[in-house]
Design a binder for this molecule. Structure first.
Ligand SMILES: [Zn+2]
Length: 296
């Protein structure tokens, strides 16, 4: 069995309701036994792999009894000159007992035949594709317009003058410049005891190279975030440990109450999702740091 996923057009076959992503275009129901026993169908192999990969969290003692395949249409921005362009993707729903079913979405990977049309991409296991991330950022800037109005909310204006950021060129802390934009880092601290900015540090951290001298006291994730920010041609990562002065109660309380505003106003948020603590770093930022292939 093969299913060809192509960019969605306006062909008649997409009726009756092409704009409703919940309305499947085609549907195929097969028993799980059929899927499991098939050896020569690449699609069934992918489905088996995807189901097995997530099965442990489903807490079902037995395997699924049937499997539904649906071709759906997803709307979004996947190409610079094709606003609201749709892509087709495949949804696989494995049915367990009468009230348990779990879906997996299989997104088509970009291809030479349809460049820029599909959201899936193969990721180089050796390192982050900085050019690709830059293209996402310019897409955000040029295409999302009012949807992503960084730094402009009334809530952000209230805290703006208190926002300290890491300046990666000068290796020091600075107050966010008027025309500056920042990346926010989200990470798990874990059991790592790391340096936090106190009032007594501020003056030295705000002088040129003030953070360079304490590099060995900073967790890897912060150093990697600073490195990634520079690789992306930006200057200001925001990291709670450094950018909130712990014993300045007034500004600390203000900033901690406004964490959601700080994150939503960032130009980009770097999520560190690997490892159990802040010394795990960011995979792919330093050469040979990453050991396995991944998809996004
Ligand atoms: Zn955006």
């Amino acid at each position: 069995m093969t299913i060809e996923l192509v960019p969605a057009g306006s062909e008649a076959e997409e009726t009756p309701n092409p704009r409703n992503i919940y309305d499947p275009i085609t549907k195929n129901v097969r028993t799980w036994e059929d899927v499991e026993e098939t050896r020569d169908c690449p699609l069934c192999q992918v489905i088996k792999y995807a189901v097995e990969d997530t099965r442990t969290s489903w807490l079902s003692p037995s395997g699924p009894h049937s499997c539904e395949l649906m071709l759906k249409r997803l709307h979004g921005w996947y190409s610079a000159d094709r606003m609201h362009f749709g892509v087709r993707y495949l949804e696989v729903t494995a049915k367990f007992d009468w009230n348990t079913s779990h879906g997996i979405e299989l997104l088509p990977v970009e291809s030479e035949e349809y460049p820029g049309y599909f959201p899936g991409c193969l990721v180089d296991p050796q390192g982050i594709d900085v050019g690709r991330v830059r293209s996402w950022l310019s897409g955000c800037q040029n295409e999302h317009r009012d949807l992503c109005r960084h730094l402009e909310s009334p809530q952000f204006r209230k805290i703006r003058e208190h926002i300290l950021v890491f300046e990666v060129e000068q290796q020091c802390l600075v107050y966010l410049p008027v025309d500056g934009r920042y990346f926010a880092l989200s990470y798990v601290q874990g059991n790592v005891q790391s340096l936090r900015t106190l009032r007594g540090h501020v003056q030295s951290f705000m002088t040129q190279n003030g953070l360079l001298s304490i590099n060995d006291q900073l967790p890897k994730v912060i150093l990697d975030a600073a490195r990634l920010t520079a690789q992306l041609g930006e200057r200001y990562p925001w990291v709670d440990a450094l950018c909130i002065v712990r014993n300045n109660t007034a500004s600390k309380d203000l900033l901690i109450c406004a964490m959601n505003t700080i994150y939503e106003s960032a130009f980009l948020i770097i999520f560190a999702v690997t490892g159990t603590d802040s010394n795990a770093g960011l995979p792919g930022v330093r050469p040979t740091q990453r050991g396995r292939s991944a998809y996004c």
